[in-house]
Design a protein around this ligand. Structure first.
Ligand SMILES: [Zn+2]
Ligand SMILES: [Zn+2]
Length: 340
């Protein structure tokens, strides 16, 4: 009986253990993917801790998955065995809810997220609906592609739909798993790019990644520093801190928008007066569809944007996860099942 290996968590808050399972066959409309790389996203912690509703155990998480199609289910059209594919946070949509009927698939009320709706990519193989697939261009390795399915698409598609135009001042708040990609995308999209982070430790890196300016948010008032540069049309808030986002808001130019990406539960402290002054706004942005992922991969191949990664064999998933949680990862831990 052919088998696969998965890193599963048996109960909420538990550790990962590698177990062998029977290799599943893809159902109607689904494909089986031989996983080559899986990024470790901070959201995976919310699944492990069962913070999100409806998480089932044993849990196999992982929603930044790059690999190859190794089996096709019935009724799959437009995809072939052997094709290099990515599955990100968008793991399929229902097709019948109101947002789906409006064509707004990322806001599907029954959105399927790998590792939530079905077993994810911390494994040698996974099954996914064909509607969740994005093609990986030859220029990107699996390790480079994997983190773009969540961290990459979230920053890229937030920026390209932000309304900012080439030459506009765009600030990226936080230089981590999302922010180090956000700086690169902002620079390559032609924005005057400001990296904002605590301390001076990431300044040199931010400038290497393409930032035109660097603001140390711990050294003073980041909003004032942004206004001194003319005011930002967009603050792409990747830092997982409502306080940091609130402190940057007054750095927005007229009609500027704060785009919240760092998923935290505590409230922003922004007054109606702050919104009214300059007709400024706050937006949230949720990841992107499979086509957005494919666009992100293609743009990255074209422009040279690459995630900075640390690779670890799947068998060392507990170490990789701890390193991600501690904030020590530079900047994305990526699991390699072949080494597991
Ligand atoms: Zn994620
Ligand atoms: Zn739907």
């Amino acid at each position: 009986m052919p088998s696969m290996r998965v890193a599963q968590v048996a109960e909420p808050g538990g550790r990962f253990e590698i177990v062998e399972r029977e290799l599943p066959q893809p159902a109607l409309g689904h494909v089986r993917i031989a996983v080559e790389a899986a990024g470790v996203c901070h959201s995976d912690e919310a699944f492990v801790q069962s913070t999100f509703p409806g998480v089932r155990f044993p849990l196999v998480t992982g929603h930044e998955v790059a690999g190859r199609i190794d089996a096709l289910g019935e009724g799959v059209e437009g995809w072939e065995t052997g094709e290099r594919v990515e599955v990100g946070w968008f793991g399929g949509n229902c097709g019948h809810c109101l947002p789906c009927r409006e064509g707004d698939f990322i806001n599907c009320r029954n959105l399927q997220v790998p590792g939530w709706a079905y077993d994810g990519g911390y494994a040698t193989h996974m099954i996914a609906p064909a509607t969740a697939l994005a093609r990986i261009p030859d220029a990107l390795s699996a390790v480079e592609a994997a983190p773009l399915g969540c961290a990459g698409v979230t920053t890229f598609s937030a920026l390209r739909s932000s309304g900012a135009r080439p030459g506009d001042l765009v600030a990226v708040l936080g230089i981590g798993g999302l922010g180090h990609l956000g700086v690169q995308y902002a620079a390559k999209l032609g924005f005057e790019t400001v990296a904002v982070a605590r301390g001076r430790g990431k300044e040199e890196l931010a400038l290497q990644l393409g930032a035109d300016h660097y603001i140390d948010s711990s050294a003073g008032d980041p909003a004032g520093a942004l206004q001194a540069l003319g005011g930002a049309k967009v603050v792409l808030a990747t830092a997982a801190s409502a306080d940091a986002m609130s402190a940057a808001f007054d750095g927005l130019a007229h009609r500027g928008r704060l785009i919240a990406l760092g998923a935290v539960g505590d409230p922003l402290r922004i007054s109606p007066s702050q919104l009214i002054s300059g007709a400024r706004s706050v937006h949230g942005h949720p990841s992107g569809t499979a086509q957005d992922v494919e666009d992100t991969l293609a743009f990255s191949a074209l422009s040279g944007v690459r995630p900075m990664t640390e690779t670890v064999p799947l068998s060392e998933v507990n170490d990789a996860f701890a390193r991600m949680l501690s904030g020590a990862a530079r900047f994305r831990m990526v699991l390699l099942p072949e080494g597991g």
